[in-house]
Design a protein around this ligand. Structure first.
Ligand SMILES: Cc1cc2nc3c(=O)[nH]c(=O)nc-3n(C[C@H](O)[C@H](O)[C@H](O)COP(=O)(O)O)c2cc1C
Length: 464
């Protein structure tokens, strides 16, 4: 079973978790200021009166991992873990179900073309002081890859004018690869941006699916049924019928334009993206505009964690395959410490040479079209009595088990993912390896104080 975007908004409303903002608000800064404050409290919101727009804007829907339970749990309980969410997507990847094409659906209730297209009618927030302008942050883009497969991913779009948007593609995205291929082969490219997509598709779109598997079919696998679509009247792309709104575009790859937006790592990011002409807007009656807080925000980051879930599973296997003495690998992707990954690897140590070996090999792991060093900022090696999933424990090990400067490895020649905004002009940025294990000669001295039998103590047996 699964629920549509609209059904989830209704459930949150019924539960009292959706805050209605009836007072008139300005889409420039005022909306984002309110969104940011509500997000911090985990509240979903609906702006009902936005200056210059007759649309309602909703967001803050998935501000915690457990909210994904609203999509799949029979009783609509908010009860889902990061692992369950990640596993759900992996199940969809293992058992994709093709989408089902039908002729009409709610999304075809209104089709705007030619002079009826006016993006300035939409309640699109301008989030931060130095942003270039208003950004659509919660839309998933659908397009055909060079091989013809349908790809879906989150891509933020700057509103340029009534009929034009820029669609941003990171260096990690299939969209960037497709832009490059279409430009080099002089082929026309079309992208449909979908707002209020089926929530399972939001999760699939945020994740990295294998080259030949479409996220649309991954979402099908997640819900146990093909996603129902109509073909976009201008792009011919498959569009989920119960989405709220769709913006069809044709991309001008010869017109690349710089734009700046506050990003998930709490820094400004300047990107160059192609100008896209809007060829139609489809929307259901009473369409809601979905917007999620830009910058370091919970809803964005919960979706972002899904991007790295599959990758971290793959990494664990690869590292354990190479080093039999590795006991655990945990990928920390927490924007509190920046936009890149931090890996903690626990080892059963038998030589002081092992940590360096693991650090160097790990940064050089081939992830397909990039090396891990591109996305990983730091690799920390700990002994197997430290919990690599608990950063407090890892911090403790770092500052209690490092007596020599040689246990810190600094690398300045790795090329970085562009979201590492401290990178130098040659695209390199600092990478750090930390050997937080006990030196072999200290193994018997640096023993952790343990209370024998503590795990067998149940306090209820002692307290009335
Ligand atoms: C809220 C949100 C916004 C995102 N914005 C962008 C973006 O503007 N450009 C981009 O390339 N990736 C963005 N991403 C990441 C991609 O959606 C994600 O990496 C996805 O796996 C890329 O899909 P693709 O490789 O199929 O293109 C965003 C992710 C989230 C959750």
């Amino acid at each position: 079973m699964h629920r549509s975007f609209r059904e989830i908004v209704k459930i949150l409303d019924k539960k009292g978790s959706l805050i209605h903002i009836k007072k008139e608000v300005n889409s420039k800064f005022e909306m984002s200021a309110i969104m940011k404050k509500l997000e911090q409290e985990g509240k979903a919101f609906m702006f009902e009166n936005i200056n210059g727009s007759h649309y309602k804007a909703v967001g803050g829907i998935f501000t915690s991992m457990d909210r994904y339970g609203l999509i799949f749990n029979e009783d609509a309980s908010e009860n889902f873990t990061y692992d369950q969410a990640g596993q759900k997507v992996q199940q969809g990847i293992s058992n994709p179900i093709p989408y089902i094409q039908i002729d009409t659906g709610p999304i075809t209730e209104n089709i705007l073309i030619n002079d009826d297209i006016n993006l300035l009618d939409l309640p699109v927030p301008t989030f931060f002081e130095l942003d270039t302008g208003p950004f659509i942050t919660a839309a998933v883009g659908i397009f055909k890859k060079p091989g013809g497969e349908i790809n879906v991913g989150f891509y933020r779009c700057l509103i340029v004018d009534k009929k034009h948007i820029l669609i941003n593609a990171s260096g990690l995205s299939d969209l960037r690869k497709s832009y490059n291929w279409h430009r080099e082969n002089n082929k026309e490219m079309k992208v449909a941006m979908v707002l209020g997509a089926p929530p399972a598709l939001l999760m699939a779109a945020a994740s990295k699916s294998p080259e030949h598997i479409s996220e649309l079919d991954v979402a099908g696998g997640m819900i146990g049924d093909g996603v129902k679509v109509v073909l976009g009247p201008k792009t011919g792309l498959p569009i989920p019928v119960d989405a709220e709104m769709v913006i069809e575009t044709v991309v001008d790859l010869d017109n690349m334009v710089e734009n700046t937006l506050g990003e998930f790592g709490a820094q400004y990011g300047t990107e160059t993206a192609p100008m896209c002409e809007v060829t139609s807007i489809l929307k259901r009656n009473d369409a809601m505009f979905y917007t999620l807080m830009a910058g370091r925000a919970k809803e964005h980051n919960n979706l972002g964690y899904l991007t790295v879930y599959g990758m971290s599973e793959m990494l664990k296997e690869k590292i354990k395959e190479v080093f039999s003495f590795v006991t655990d690998v945990v990928v920390h992707f927490d924007t509190k410490i920046g936009p890149l990954m931090h890996l903690v690897i626990a080892i059963k140590k038998s030589s002081d040479l092992q940590p360096e070996e693991v650090i160097k090999e790990t940064f050089n792991i081939n992830m397909g079209f990039f090396n891990l060093s591109w996305m990983a900022k730091r690799v920390i090696i700990v002994d197997d009595d430290v919990d690599p999933s608990n950063m407090d424990d890892v911090e403790w090990a770092t500052w209690t088990r490092m007596g020599r400067a040689e246990k810190v490895y600094l690398f300045s020649d790795f090329i970085t993912w562009e979201v590492d905004r401290a990178a130098l002009s040659d695209k390199t940025s600092l990478r750090v390896g930390i050997d937080a294990t006990k030196d072999m000669e200290q193994v018997d001295d640096l023993v952790r104080p343990v209370v024998p039998g503590i795990d067998n103590i149940n306090l209820d047996d002692y307290i009335d």
